[in-house]
Design a binder for this molecule. Structure first.
Ligand code: SER
Length: 607
């Protein structure tokens, strides 16, 4: 089965059960400053899982683009990926386990043809926070899974979320497939290394909202959140034990083979074979997988508007591209090749055509971004090589700290420093290198505290207030400066808001004062904040601000500040927001500065 068929089957199955399909959200989270990328299907749905009504109702299904870079160093094996697609369906306070579990069983066995006797499932064993999930176990039994294939496991294994430190979460029930059913059954153990039982689907019963103090509060309505990984399941359902053998990856791998002359030959040979030939094969496979994985991620990340830089998302993107180039070099590719691989990713009709119009819409941008980033990096590598040679000529060595500086300032990969040294019969003091790196990481961690948390939005009261203040600020800026003002970025922490917008000149003190006064006046007027669902076209016609170029579902949520036709602000937005502006307190602009050409940035606080 190819990925396209799998995705279609999933969506159709849930549509036949009255679910509405929603478009994949952008990889760049909206209104969520705590995380760089969308990392799960439920991520864009957090406000709805917390109780806000969704404009399309209580049953949703989608294919969501996700990026997780926490395991980036593991990419190169048969199953880690930085970008992946997650299929998911949701009940927002509608059906629960008694419906979801039989549907999971039906979809797996009837639609996908999985032999029921090859299925194992896990349920939550219970602890001080929540009871043992006997209900799910009984439902699994009622559909035909015998007791000896139902495993009770603790929170580490059978609880999902919150993805950040607070938010929706709950016990889950995971489904596993026995990939070697012809062998006698062995003890059911979890862990990636144990490849016999592989997880294929996760039903999360989201009943709780984890609080900042660590306690679990029952949500008003119990939800279902499920996640079904496209990459892994496409491979398993096609009988591969290497994800990269599936139709998702093969066209990309073919292109890498064509450009490098290397050959992908999976599976990697048995571990104990240390012959040169086997080692070469393992390294070649690894390089090919990293190139394919990282450049596929880069394509999707660029298509969602990110550019390579030294900060945050841009830095993740830059790292992905550089790591791919480095692996290309190991395979002997010494001229620009990344845009050709990107083209192969986009041309993969089987998987992406028609589903992600942003790929074709941004085709030129994707190709030129990669190409120019690659040229820059190749220049960097050459400069770095010259630096290393200078150090070697002068000192007959390169210290761990010097190597770290090369790595930090030239972006020169440490493995390449090691290779250069070994060509000169020198070795790198890797402990000293690691120490310098750890010190650096510690420093930047303190600087960007909170920013790289993998978590979801912290919908704490103060963040919600800042979010509403952002809407007021947006409109106030348009009133004072003109309608050319458009939001180009927003970042909220519990201490302040930061707002980027298009405007050519520095704001005068007088303009800043006027903007601040308008916002404070709206707060004093105690304006109601209301929410409504409507067609996107209606929302625009009714004066709602929306991001130019963003992709919106047909029906959207619109937040309005102020009553009647003379409302103060209206924006298409997922929320959440306060109910009345009087909740905000006093608004104060603390700083105004440039945010790049044609853009300004404001920092403001609520007191
Ligand atoms: N949120 C769960 C996961 O990511 C189910 O969708 O696995």
């Amino acid at each position: 089965m190819n990925a396209r068929e799998l995705k279609d089957k999933y969506v159709k199955f849930f549509e036949s059960k009255d679910h509405q399909e929603i478009p994949s959200a952008s990889l760049v989270p909206e209104n969520d400053p705590t995380t760089l990328f969308i990392s799960a299907g439920m991520h864009p749905l957090v406000p709805y899982l917390l109780g806000q009504p969704h404009p399309l109702g209580v049953r949703l299904v989608d294919v969501q683009k996700c990026v997780r870079t926490g395991d980036i160093d593991d990419v190169g094996d048969t199953y880690h990926h930085t970008f992946f697609e997650m299929l998911g369906n949701w009940s927002l306070g509608d059906y629960f386990k008694e419906t979801m579990i039989p549907w999971s069983f039906e979809f797996l066995t009837k639609e996908l043809g999985v032999d029921p006797s090859h299925l194992h499932v896990t349920v939550f064993a219970g602890d001080g926070d929540a009871p043992c999930d006997n209900d799910s176990a009984k439902i699994w039994q009622s559909v035909g899974i015998p007791e000896n294939r139902i495993h009770f496991l603790p929170k580490e294994d059978n609880w999902w979320g919150p993805a950040g430190s607070t938010g929706p979460c709950g016990p889950d029930s995971e489904m596993f497939i026995d990939t070697q059913p012809e062998l006698p059954e062995v003890e059911f153990k979890l862990g990636c290394k144990q490849a016999r039982y592989i997880e294929i689907w996760n039903d999360v019963f989201m009943q709780y909202n984890k609080q900042a103090d660590g306690s679990f509060q029952l949500l008003d309505k119990a939800n279902v959140d499920t996640g079904f990984g496209v990459e892994r399941n496409t491979a398993i359902l096609s009988g591969f034990n290497d994800n990269y053998m599936s139709s998702i990856w093969q066209p990309i791998i073919k292109k890498i083979e064509e450009l490098s002359g290397a050959k992908y030959s999976s599976p990697d040979k048995v571990e104990n074979d240390v012959s040169d030939e086997n080692l070469r094969k393992i390294f070649t496979n690894r390089s090919i997988r990293i190139i394919a994985d990282h450049l596929r991620s880069a394509v999707f990340i660029i298509a969602d508007g990110v550019e390579p830089s030294n900060k945050e998302r841009g830095y993740v993107l830059r790292r992905l591209i550089r790591r791919a180039i480095r692996q290309g070099k190991l395979l002997g590719i010494d001229t620009n090749f990344t845009s050709q691989i990107a083209q192969a990713v986009i041309d993969n009709q089987d998987n992406y055509a028609g589903i992600y119009p942003e790929l074709n819409d941004n085709l030129q941008k994707i190709l030129t971004t990669l190409d120019s980033e690659e040229s820059k990096f190749r220049k960097t590598l050459n400069n770095g090589l010259r630096e290393i040679q200078k150090l070697i000529d002068r000192n007959k060595s390169v210290s761990g700290r010097e190597a770290f500086t090369l790595y930090e300032s030239f972006g020169f990969p440490v493995e390449m420093i090691q290779e250069e040294l070994s060509k000169n019969n020198l070795t790198l003091d890797i402990n000293e290198f690691n120490q310098a790196r750890d010190e650096h990481i510690e420093k930047s961690r303190t600087l960007s505290a909170g920013k790289f948390k993998s978590g979801l939005a912290d919908h704490s009261e103060i963040m919600v207030k800042y979010h509403t203040a952002t809407h007021l600020l947006h409109t106030a800026l348009r009133q004072v400066l003109g309608d050319h003002v458009q939001q180009s970025g927003s970042n909220i922490t519990s201490e302040r808001l930061r707002f980027d917008f298009s405007h050519p000149d520095k704001l005068s003190d007088d303009q800043i004062q006027q903007v601040q006064d308008i916002v404070n006046q709206q707060i004093k007027l105690a304006q109601p904040v209301s929410v409504a669902s409507m067609k996107f076209t209606e929302a625009q016609a009714s004066g709602a601000l929306a991001f130019f170029g963003a992709k919106y579902p047909e029906v959207v949520t619109v937040y309005t500040v102020g009553a009647g036709d003379n409302f103060f602000s209206r924006e298409v937005c997922t929320g959440p927001h306060v109910q009345n502006t009087s909740e905000l307190g006093l608004f104060e602009i603390q700083k105004e500065e440039s945010a790049g050409s044609g853009k300004r940035r404001i920092y403001a606080v609520l007191k």
